[in-house]
Write a protein that binds this ligand. Structure first.
Ligand code: BTN
Length: 270
């Protein structure tokens, strides 16, 4: 079970939002979206659970969320306007997760565009941001930032379809990690970026600079799959809004969504 008292112990005292810890929920995103819809959400509120019965991932996939092993968190942020890009919010959340992993365990993680955190080529975290409306008028735009981290899984814990690509903090660290500490530190880092720095209202360039430095994707030969086609490209750069600039046989393109796979052993730069 997730120990709420231990989570509290690691949160910055007097932080702005509430911290709700549950044993099992369908999805922390669903709980957070319900809080927003009911007009009961405040900026910085965070919903966490020990397990999810139907955690949601990108592209309609289910996010594997077993009890006792992971961090499943949804962080609520009021956004400046309905046009707030979920992609950029996800990227900012990626910076928070990378910083928390370094602070808690000294782990160096990278961001695989657009929403995965990887250590040594293995995905240890996925992020899914959903925009919704709520507040007193029912129309205030919010982002619910869903973050799932594999913390204490061993290789044998992953279902066969995930085994080749998934890793965990424990595997990277070589020892069991305290989930509550990581959960609290991710929330502290999200508070810093989303609330104190108010990153969504600041020039994006410094954040894009950090994202480039921490990118697992840039400089690699990749395949980009959408619902209609799959093409080979080179990941060239991040656009000023965090979109991915790629070079394909047809020319340069900027993409804001899609499934990216690195082609093994083939890197353009470095
Ligand atoms: C992905 O890798 O496809 C994104 C996964 C996001 C999973 C997290 S776990 C907490 C939150 N609740 C959900 O149902 N999904 C997100």
């Amino acid at each position: 079970m997730l120990n709420a008292k231990r989570v509290d112990k690691h949160l910055v005292p007097g932080r702005p939002g509430g911290m709700y810890c549950f044993d099992t929920v369908v999805s922390t995103n669903v709980v957070a979206e319900a809080l927003v819809a009911a007009g009961e959400a405040a900026d910085g509120d965070a919903v966490a659970a020990d397990s999810q019965t139907r955690g949601s991932g990108r592209l309609g996939r289910e996010f594997y969320s077993p009890p006792g092993l992971g961090v499943y968190l949804s962080y609520i942020k009021k956004i400046p306007d309905a046009a707030g890009s979920p992609g950029f919010i996800t990227s900012l959340a990626g910076l928070a997760v990378v910083a928390a992993l370094e602070k808690c365990f000294g782990l160096k993680a990278l961001i695989k565009w657009p929403n995965d955190i990887v250590i040594k080529n293995k995905k240890i975290c996925g992020i899914l941001t959903r925009l919704c409306a709520g507040g007193a008028d029912g129309k205030t735009p919010y982002a619910v930032i869903g973050i799932g981290v594999n913390v204490n899984q061993t290789p044998g814990d992953f279902p066969p379809e995930l085994a080749a690509k998934a890793g965990s903090v424990r595997i990277a660290l070589g020892q069991v990690a305290e989930r509550e500490r990581l959960l609290a530190e991710i929330v502290n880092e999200l508070d810093m970026i989303m609330l104190y720095q108010n990153a969504l209202c600041q020039p994006a360039a410094p954040y894009i600079g950090q994202l480039k430095e921490l990118s697992f994707t840039l400089g690699k030969k990749i395949t980009v799959s959408s619902q209609t086609k799959k093409e080979t490209a080179v990941a060239l750069d991040l656009a000023p809004d965090g979109a991915l600039v790629i070079q394909t046989l047809e020319g340069k393109k900027t993409i804001r969504s899609g499934e990216i796979d690195e082609e093994n052993g083939w890197s353009v730069i470095g």
